[in-house]
Design a protein around this ligand. Structure first.
Ligand code: TRP
Length: 345
């Protein structure tokens, strides 16, 4: 009797299992402040609250032809950048997708539970095949299935997702429910996670477009690796309007964007920003935004550069976490193999 009471009390005292989050980012080159303020910054915030599994989605990147040396360097650099941005391996896992073979294995299996028609409807596939008309490979088409596998492999409860990936998460839910419908509860059906703070950063040259590193105009974006003097120059040349009053307005996309960035970086409210720049011109405001961004980026750059001096260490970290991830993934794979009638792994 008393034993029962103690174990019941112990069970009650035990904190509930943390929700698990999976997210991955493609190593497709440099990262902009838009990527940071819109997504990466949340990685370190989420790891405190949730059990986070993060990966570089390097297998996804193969759908566009890569130069091997550049690709390898980009992958290592993304890993270092994520650590520099506050991803803490004592609280989460951070590895390269390619180091855990189960991603590719589950992807194949789940491709047989995904309809051709579903994949044909993916807007990203349509966009990408239009942009890379010379290389519409099968991987570009089945890309969403690999993403489905990434997520389901770890039984993720939630996936932080931007608007561009929403359709892929819906597919993930559909495939999970379809599979569960046939075999019983195998996969956790993931929910989208909307982070409390995520800025949508627009181009500095055309503030009606999202900031993108593939823009021809290099002044339209700020990279996490840009020199402070370059950052200042880019903000000073940011497109605004001729009203010269720092406040929001429907015809003030440029100022709205700068206010978004300034707010995201400093934590100030719109009212505080308006008060701070009352009676001042856009020049002062742009300088202040530039300086705030430089102050945010400088410590990240220092850490990033220090980390990149030891690539062996970085690769060892990725391997260690991949091993831990593989152990979680293996449990899912065993279940899947058993359910669908493949010989035991
Ligand atoms: N496809 C995503 C992108 O390009 C990256 C990605 C791969 C991902 N697998 C994922 C994101 C799983 C979330 C969950 O942004």
């Amino acid at each position: 009797m008393s034993e029962n009471i103690t174990s019941a009390a112990a069970a009650e005292a035990k904190p509930p299992r943390k929700k698990r989050i999976f997210s991955a980012i493609q190593p497709s080159g440099e990262m902009t402040i838009g990527n940071y303020l819109g997504a990466i910054r949340n990685f370190s915030a989420m790891q405190d609250e949730f059990e986070c599994i993060y990966a570089t989605a390097n297998l996804h990147t193969l759908t566009v032809r890569q130069d091997p040396k550049v690709f390898k360097a980009n992958t290592e650099q993304l890993y270092a950048m994520l650590l520099a941005c506050g991803v803490d391996r004592s609280k989460c896992l951070l590895f390269h997708q390619s180091l855990v073979p189960a991603h590719a294995e589950l992807s194949w299996i789940l491709s047989t539970y995904t309809q051709f028609g579903e994949l044909s409807r993916m807007t990203q596939f349509k966009d990408k095949s239009a942009r890379h008309a010379d290389n519409i490979n099968a991987g570009l088409f089945t890309y969403p299935v690999l993403m489905v596998a990434d997520i389901l492999l770890y039984q993720a409860d939630m996936v932080p997702i931007g608007a561009d990936q929403k359709q892929h998460l819906e597919l993930t839910r559909d495939v999970a429910e379809r599979f569960n419908g046939i075999y019983g509860n195998v996969f956790t059906v993931p929910d989208p996670y909307i982070p409390p703070i995520a800025a949508r950063v627009m181009s500095l040259a055309d503030p009606t477009k999202k900031m993108s590193k593939s823009d021809d105009n290099t002044r339209s974006f700020v990279l996490m690796t840009d020199q402070p003097s370059t950052i200042m120059k880019k903000f000073r040349s940011a497109v605004t309007d001729c009203e010269a009053v720092v406040c929001r307005g429907p015809e003030k996309a440029g100022i709205n964007n700068l206010m978004d960035i300034y707010a995201a970086v400093t934590g100030k409210t719109d009212d505080q920003i308006v008060a701070e720049f009352e009676g001042k011109g856009y020049g002062d405001f742009k300088t202040a935004v530039g300086e705030a961004v430089v102050a945010m980026i400088e410590p990240i750059q220092q850490e990033y550069n220090a980390l990149l001096k030891d690539r062996k260490y970085l690769n060892q970290c990725a391997m260690e976490d991949a091993e831990k991830a593989a152990a979680i993934a293996e449990r899912t794979m065993q279940k899947v193999y058993k359910k669908i009638g493949l010989p035991r792994r």
